[in-house]
Design a protein around this ligand. Structure first.
Ligand code: MLT
Length: 396
């Protein structure tokens, strides 16, 4: 008899965003024709920018001509995109070689796949509330998870401590779901801690493009010593609207060595075995994001989401609801009104004002009592959702 991976029995019944989708679909079935205000999963609502669309069209045309056609792509990424991304880091004063950039099909895929680099017994430290895939990917692989609670009093930015010791340390800044962002000095403490312990930081930088405050780090490689202890995982999903197009990149420095083995070289070995690379067409689209025109256009898109954040922040403020995030991150993290539980609050908002958010408990047990609103929704819907939230929550 084939034995399945029994670690799956240790997972929660259903993945957070699937559970939300199921509950929402049930509500729609029971209330046909009702419009929902979707502020749950962080899926973008704006179309791809012109520079990207033009690159996609041109790349499709390339595929129609024998002399410009591309078959298999280099497994670790097309040189034109790896060089473009390395130059983008360089323009911010962070030195990264093109061959340290690995093109991926997105951060969420990569965050699971990258665990192949570590011994099956390796432990993973997750600061909660956290993006639920960190824990789930480790549970599926049967790896021990060290849960570190982040609390409101410390701005959801815990510092390294004995109980955070683990082989792999997940850090997400700007944070999903709380919107908290590590400053340089605080992040430096984690880098020093990882180097002292011989741990590896998996730095999820999917939301770096939302940072407004100039002194905050966009990349962990802005910190001294990070090249010997960190892997940075980035995505174009939120930055450039690639949630459905799928493209990300991962930086693994050459200096990242454990037990005499280079994690960079291991990842080359892994990718060349397990993937045939991201499609030429999508990589061309990705390169267009880093052109001056692409950068200007994606900044305009991000500005739209930042206006959504303002609208929601004003409404929550007017209703007297405690919240954080929204300034340097595309999520607002709020306390559920009236001391409700987070799934109870989810049901309440769906039933009363048809606003869909994400219950804090879905990000770990210490997220209970909190709720996340995404600012990636349609701007008109966001204005109406904010009006409804203010109206409903002010009454309580
Ligand atoms: C979220 O809502 O937390 C993210 O959009 C989910 C993801 O990136 O997979």
């Amino acid at each position: 008899m084939t034995r399945p991976n029994t670690h799956y029995a240790d997972l929660q019944d259903s993945y957070l965003f699937r559970r939300i989708a199921q509950k929402t679909a049930r509500f729609e079935q029971e209330h046909p024709g009702t419009h929902l205000y979707r502020m749950g999963i962080g899926d973008v609502s704006l179309p791809l920018c012109d520079a990207v669309i033009r690159a996609l069209h041109e790349a499709v045309d390339d595929q129609a001509h024998a002399d410009r056609f591309h078959g298999y792509m280099p497994e670790c990424g097309a040189p034109f995109l790896r060089e473009t991304i390395a130059a983008h880091y360089g323009s911010r004063g962070v030195s990264v070689d093109a061959d340290e950039v690995f093109v991926s099909s997105g951060a969420s895929d990569e965050l699971g796949d990258i665990l192949d680099l570590f011994d099956p017994s390796s432990s993973a430290m997750v600061i909660e509330p956290a993006y639920p895939a960190y824990v789930d990917a480790n549970v599926m692989a049967g790896r021990p998870v060290v849960h570190v609670p982040a609390c409101e009093e410390e701005g959801f930015l815990p510092r390294p401590c004995e109980s955070a010791r683990a082989d792999v340390l997940y850090l997400c800044s700007p944070n999903n779901p709380t919107g908290a962002v590590y400053g340089k000095a605080q992040l430096q403490e984690w880098v020093d801690f990882a180097n002292d312990c011989g741990s590896v930081i998996l730095f999820d930088a999917a939301y770096e493009a939302f940072i407004e405050d100039e002194e905050l780090p966009h990349s962990i490689f802005e910190l001294e010593g990070a090249r010997t202890c960190a892997i940075e995982i980035c995505s174009l999903s939120k930055t450039a609207g690639f949630t459905g197009t799928r493209l990300g990149y991962t930086i693994i420095p050459r200096e990242l060595v454990r037990c005499g083995m280079s994690l960079h070289d291991m990842w080359v070995r892994n990718r060349t075995t397990k993937t045939n690379g991201v499609s030429y067409i999508i990589q061309r689209a990705g390169a267009a994001v880093f052109t001056p025109e692409g950068q200007q256009q994606i900044r305009e898109g991000i500005a739209v989401y930042k206006r959504n954040a303002q609208v929601l922040m004003r409404a929550l403020g007017a209703a007297g609801i405690w919240y954080c995030g929204g300034r340097n991150a595309p999520y607002l993290w709020l306390r559920c009104a009236g001391g409700m539980g987070s799934w109870e609050f989810f049901d309440y908002l769906l039933r009363e004002i048809q606003v869909v958010g994400t219950p804090g408990e879905g990000f770990g047990s210490c997220g209970e009592g909190y709720f996340r609103l995404s600012t990636f929704g349609d701007p008109q819907d966001t204005i109406e959702a904010a009006r409804r939230l203010e109206c409903l929550l002010t009454q309580r």
